[in-house]
Design a protein around this ligand. Structure first.
Ligand code: XIL
Length: 352
């Protein structure tokens, strides 16, 4: 009996030691952390289309996994929020803010005053200058006040200048004069003194009359101690971007010591002169180079304290706002697969 017990115990000992040895042999590789755009040294994110947010789980998944900052594509424009006098429509904006807040995303409000999203009732408003100022004040106080403490920053005025540096003849400019810009920034600061206030425009990826005029406007607001904290360079651009132009533009705007936000980045494959009708690997690689170049100039040239971040104007090529021609301008293809453009940003941001 004793012999049986001895051999039983011996075999148990051998088995467990083998098992423990074998468990030591099977080294489980550490899970390699998948790169995401959250690794960037500043917030990178996307504009958010309300319909996709509600209906498209792949869209939501990418926002959650990749974005640090989110901008509403249309949900916070005046035409959406106040389609008729004194009747606000908050659902799209509230749903967007709830989603972004629940997923700890920075929120950039877009955009309080923009000629293209002014509702018809405003365009037809017949009040005098003071009545127009009061209309703007009530709107901005109501909207910015509603999201006080939830929205980090706002595009207060969007696209107020023409290519030649003159004021765009918008309804606001016609009814109030160029001071409408100052009023808009004052009202936004009154409504939320902690919100960061931006001026936003396109065609600023090169130093030209418009950029110079914007710089003068920034100086004017700063001289009047009106709160302006940053500038949004929309950067709706095309491949074959001139690196030297871009460098000059960034250098120019950093001299005002305000935050720089690449606010609406997308890179069309075609140009007006050479429209593109099919996607090619060669064009995809060229686009990758352009995304990489813009991100690298921004990262290397804009002082860290002024790097507000990069917002891509959409997630998938299937939903880009550029509908006139297929332009394949974004980081993900129509099936939400990463394009070479995504890896262009990864090469700039990935921590080695
Ligand atoms: C665009 C949206 O992406 C479209 O869905 C909408 O139809 C028109 O506006 N500059 C801006 C953005 O500041 O608000 C615009 O967004 C694109 C140009």
């Amino acid at each position: 009996m004793k012999k049986i017990l001895f051999f039983f115990l011996l075999s148990i000992t051998i088995l467990t030691s083998c098992r423990s040895d074998s468990s030591e042999d099977t080294v489980i590789p550490p899970t390699v952390k998948e790169f995401t755009l959250k690794e960037a040294p500043f917030p990178v994110g996307f504009t958010v289309n309300s319909t996709l947010l509600n209906q498209d789980s792949k869209f939501r998944k990418i926002l959650i996994e990749e974005a640090s900052t989110l901008t509403p594509e249309y949900g916070m424009k005046m035409r959406t929020l106040l389609p008729s006098k004194d009747k606000y429509y908050w659902k799209e904006a509230d749903d967007f803010v709830e989603f972004a807040t629940n997923h700890n995303k920075r929120i950039h409000g877009h955009t309080l005053i923009w000629h293209t999203s002014t509702p018809d009732w405003v365009n037809n408003f017949t009040g005098d200058r003071n009545a127009w100022i009061e209309l703007m004040k009530n709107y901005i106080h109501t909207v910015v006040g509603r999201y006080k403490g939830k929205i980090t920053s706002w595009d207060v005025v969007n696209e107020a200048f023409l290519e030649d540096g003159s004021y765009r003849p918008t309804i606001w400019h016609q009814k109030i004069g160029p001071e409408y810009i100052e009023f808009a920034f004052r009202f936004a600061h009154e409504a939320d003194p902690n919100a960061l206030l931006f001026y936003n425009d396109f065609g600023t990826d090169y130093l030209y009359k418009k950029s110079i005029a914007i710089g003068k406007m920034i100086e004017l607001l700063q001289s009047k101690k009106i709160a302006i904290h940053g500038i949004g360079l929309q950067m709706h651009t095309r491949i074959k971007l001139n690196e030297d132009y871009l460098t000059k533009a960034f250098t120019y705007f950093t001299k005002y010591n305000i935050l720089i936000h690449i606010s609406e980045l997308d890179i069309r494959l075609g140009t007006n002169a050479n429209p593109v009708h099919e996607f090619s690997e060669e064009l995809a690689m060229e686009q990758k180079k352009q995304y990489k170049m813009i991100a690298k100039i921004f990262k290397d040239l804009v002082p860290e304290k002024l790097q507000y971040g990069i917002t891509i104007w959409g997630v998938s090529d299937a939903h880009s706002w550029l509908t006139q021609l297929p332009e394949w301008p974004l980081l993900y293809d129509k099936d939400y697969q990463k394009k070479p453009a995504y890896y262009g940003l990864q090469e700039v941001f990935e921590k080695k």
